[in-house]
Ligand binder design. Sequence first.
Ligand code: SAH
Ligand code: SF4
Length: 391
Amino acid sequence: MSEISLTTKADTFSSSLIDLTGLDSDDLTKAITDLGLPSFRAKQIWRWVWRHGITRFDDMTDLGKPVREQLSQLMMVTRPTITSRQKSQDGTIKWLLRFADGNEAETVYIPDDDRGTLCVSSQVGCTLTCTFCHTGTQRLVRNLTVSEITGQVLIAMDELGEWPATHDGRRLTNIVMMGMGEPLFNYDHVSKALNIIMSGEGIGLSKRRITLSTSGIVPEIARTGAELGVNLAISLHATNDALRDVLVPINRKYPLKDLIKACRDYPGLSNARRITWEYVMLDGVNDTDEDAHALLKLIRGIPSKINLIPFNPWPGSDYKRSTDDRIAHFASIVMKAGYASPVRTPRGEDILAACGQLKTASERLRKSQISAQNEAKDTLKDETAMSVSDN
Ligand code: SAH
Ligand code: SF4
C-alpha cells in the first residue's frame, strides 16, 4: 500500500471529527469503547492506521460495514498537505508540509548506504535564537500537535512506499528530532508522537533508532531518558559559557555545568548508547586546536559521539564555515582521542535541506503569498477608488 493520500487537514479544518493520527493506543481504546464497541476493535483500527497506512475506514476490511460507517461519521485519519517536494542530487528529499491552520514545517529524508533517516520538526519556527541558525530567525512559532508530528512520519512512509511497516528492506530506518524547533519545549506532544511511532503493533521503530536533539533544556533531559529512552544529541557548539551564551543563548538559563551533569546522569548510557555532541564549525569562532582539546576535556568520562557540523550559511548570516583544512585538523584531534569519523557531511544543500537551513523555502513562499495578497489588496483598493470616483 504505497498510495499517496493527500487528504488535507485544511479540508477538514472546521471538522469536529477525532483525528486518529493524534491518539496513542490508550486514547484510541477509550474512544472506541466510549462508542460501545469492544476494545479489540481499537487493536484492529490501530493496525490499519499504523501498520498498513490506511486512511479510509472503508478499506479497513475486517470491520463490519455498520462499524465503518459509524466510525467515519466520528473520526478521520489525516495527513498534512504536501506543499512542495524537492529532491536533492544526493537523494535527500525535503517536504514542505502545511497544517490545518496554514502553518508549515519541513521534513527531510536522508538516504545513506546503511540507513534512511527522517529529520522531523517539533515546532513551527523556534523560540530560541541561536545566532548561527536560520530557523531561530523565524518569527512565527507554535508547537506542533501530536498528529502534526506523526503526520510527518506518515507522509514519508506513504511517499517512500513503506507500507506495511513490517516489509523487508525498509527505507526509513531512523528518526532524528532535528528539524525545526526545540523538541524539549514541546515535550508532551513529542513524547506521545514518538511512543506511537515506536509501538510494536504499528510502525515499530526501536528507541535505539531515534535521536532527539536539544539545545540543552536541562530540566527535561532526565525524563527524556527515563520515559522515552531514545538517544540524546546535544547542540553544544561551544565549550565555555561566555561563547555558548552568545551562540546558544538558552545557555544563560541552563549553563554548561548543569547541562554536562544532566548528560552524565542520562539513564542507560553505555558504549552502545552514547550522547551525541553536535558542534557547528564556525570560522574563527570555535574552531581552534584549543577548542578541540577543551571539547574533549568537557565530555571526558561520558560515553560520547562527536558530530562536527560544517556551518551551513543562509542569507543574512554573519558566520562563515571553517575551512576544510581547519575542520580536518579539528577532526584529527578528536579522532586521536578515540572518536570515529566525526564530520557530518552536509546533505541536501542544493535544496536548502541541510542543518540550520530549514525555513528558507517556506519563508520565501510565505513572503510571495504575502506580496500576492498585498497586490490583491492594492487591486481592490484601486478598484474601490475607481468605483468611488465613478459614482
Ligand atoms: N532545536 C534543536 C534541534 C534542531 S537543530 C537543537 O538545537 O538541537 C539541528 C542541529 O543543527 C542542531 O545541532 C543545530 O545547532 C544545528 N544547526 C543549526 N543551524 C545550523 C547551521 N546554520 N549550520 C549547521 N548546523 C546548524
Ligand atoms: Fe532553535 Fe535548535 Fe535553531 Fe537553536 S539551533 S534556534 S534551538 S532550532
